[in-house]
Design a protein around this ligand. Structure first.
Ligand SMILES: Nc1ncnc2c1ncn2[C@@H]1O[C@H](COP(=O)(O)OP(=O)(O)OP(=O)(O)O)[C@@H](O)[C@H]1O
Length: 475
């Protein structure tokens, strides 16, 4: 309920002045006015005040015992059923899970950077957008670095992985195109981990998260006093990634003047810190990523052509999830398996109807959104498998084609592989083999090395069979 002047009202439940200043400053830039409650009791009391009545969202960043937090969210829900509550936390704790179960709307993991916090608040009050697009906390868990841990068998995704695996050993720059949440960062990490640079740093700079005027000093560093506010000397990310890999996300947002410096730094390995006399020399590999067509941007004069060609020495593109329908089953099983590793989270299956729904949805937030949706479903699920009832938002946003009897009779993990035709005769061996491979891919969540090992064949034989049997898009 934004006020007449268009100001949105936010309540932050937290008693630390520094966190209060940070959140209100960030939210203020996006038209929010923030009021504060030092603890949950005060927050409940404030709901009845004039400001409390005008609230559009609440951020809970005050953590007591599990039972207290759960009670707070429940009471809050009774008082204001439709008011969104965002949990702000630094780790996936029992308290955060209890709050989700009690009816909190979403989870946001610290630190609160401007871009992420504003996107989270916007998503919270935008009723048309489905929730679950935030970065779930488990993204902070041990990075999945290996190419084997990259789930997906669809042709487009596999060919991106094949190019990436081949290019990993070279020093050349790489450009990864793909929509947000499609797995660009994860792929860049896998490339770094499989490269001779793996022992050195993998450093990330996201141009969307930094004020344009500060990107230069972030990349190249600065000397003390180089500009107002440069109280200390800073090393810069090019140097931090010396011997390793520098991942530059949203590269299309690099300001014009910096595009030239970045080009030269890649070309020569040399650059100067802001305000420095001497030249620094590094051996840093660049992986750039973006979600706009950089070729078109450079053709239209919006991005330096020489930098584009340099970055695109090796170019690969991760298809959006809606074009990788065949990967939904293995990705879903993979994520449900990972959630089950969290304290107090059960091991859950995925019902056939739920899977069909997930396959039909268009996933604007890609793999990250799938992860978030399943996480929310897993937290609220009361049986041993995710069903349609656990996916209300996806269901509301999706039209699923009616299921034909053929599809109903498809062999699934639960049913096993059908050996007979309807007329009682045995099915051809190639069809049975294809079903067994599909089943194994689903069962081992797309981890192809494990699939090959369990089936007792080599990885290259497995890939040959995928191609021969035409099962490259099935999960
Ligand atoms: N093929 C995959 N297998 C398993 N997990 C995946 C896969 N692709 C993406 N993910 C997971 O999805 C989430 C989003 O991926 P990632 O951060 O790499 O996306 P991105 O394209 O870099 O998006 P953004 O720029 O918005 O961060 C991460 O938690 C990542 O681990």
């Amino acid at each position: 309920m934004a006020t007449a002047q268009g100001v949105k009202m936010l309540m932050l439940v937290n008693d630390e002045p520094s966190q209060q200043r940070l959140v209100s400053a960030i939210a203020g830039r996006d038209g929010w006015r923030t009021i504060f409650a030092g603890d949950t009791e005060t927050a409940l009391a404030m709901l009845g005040t004039q400001d409390g009545m005008a609230l559009d969202a609440v951020i809970l960043d005050s953590w007591g015992p599990e039972s207290e937090i759960e009670l707070f969210v429940r009471e809050f829900r009774v008082a204001r059923p439709a008011l969104p509550i965002l949990l702000m936390t630094a780790g996936m704790t029992a308290e955060a899970l209890a709050a989700m179960r009690a009816g909190a709307s979403d989870i946001f993991h610290k630190p609160a950077t401007p871009g992420r916090l504003i996107a989270a608040l916007d998503a919270l009050i935008d009723k048309k957008r489905m929730r679950g697009e935030l970065r779930p906390l488990f993204e902070k868990f041990s990075a999945e670095l290996d190419f084997d841990e990259m789930i997906g068998v669809s042709t487009g995704y596999r060919s991106a992985l094949a190019i990436a695996a081949k290019a990993a050993r070279a020093r050349v720059p790489l450009l990864i195109a793909g929509e947000t949440g499609s797995g660009r960062l994860q792929l860049a990490k896998a490339i770094h981990a499989s490269s001779p640079r793996a022992r050195n740093a993998f450093v990330v700079v996201d141009c969307a998260e930094i004020e344009p005027g500060l990107i230069g000093s972030c990349l190249f560093g600065h000397e003390r006093g180089a500009f107002a506010g440069a109280f200390d000397r800073s090393e810069g990310k090019f140097s931090a990634a010396d011997g390793g890999t520098l991942y530059i996300d949203h590269v299309e947002l690099l300001p014009d003047d910096l595009q030239r410096s970045v080009y030269e730094a890649i070309e020569t390995g040399r650059f100067s810190r802001l305000g420095a006399q001497q030249i620094s020399e590094v051996d840093t590999r660049i992986i750039a990523a973006g979600n706009v067509d950089l070729a078109a941007a450079s053709a239209a004069g919006r991005f330096r052509e020489d930098l584009y060609f340099k970055l695109a020495t090796v170019q690969l593109s991760i298809p959006p999830l809606r074009e990788r329908e065949g990967d939904i089953a293995s990705l879903s099983r993979h994520f449900l398996g990972r959630f089950a590793e969290l304290p107090s989270m059960p091991s859950l299956g995925l019902g056939d109807d739920a899977l069909r729904l997930l396959r039909a949805y268009h996933w604007p937030g890609n793999v990250r959104q799938l992860q978030g949706v399943l996480f929310r479903a897993a937290v609220t699920c009361t049986s041993d498998a995710i069903t349609l009832a656990d996916l209300p938002n996806v269901q509301a946003a999706t039209i699923v084609a009616p299921v034909s009897d053929d599809i109903r009779n498809e062999p699934t993990d639960g049913i096993g592989v059908t050996l007979y035709e309807c007329d009682g005769n045995l099915r051809p061996l190639s069809e049975i083999e294809a079903d067994v491979i599909r089943l194994a891919i689903g069962h081992y969540r797309g981890r192809m090395s494990e699939v090959a090992r369990r089936l007792g064949i080599g990885r290259s034989t497995l890939y040959r069979k995928l191609a021969d049997l035409g099962i490259d898009t099935a999960a």
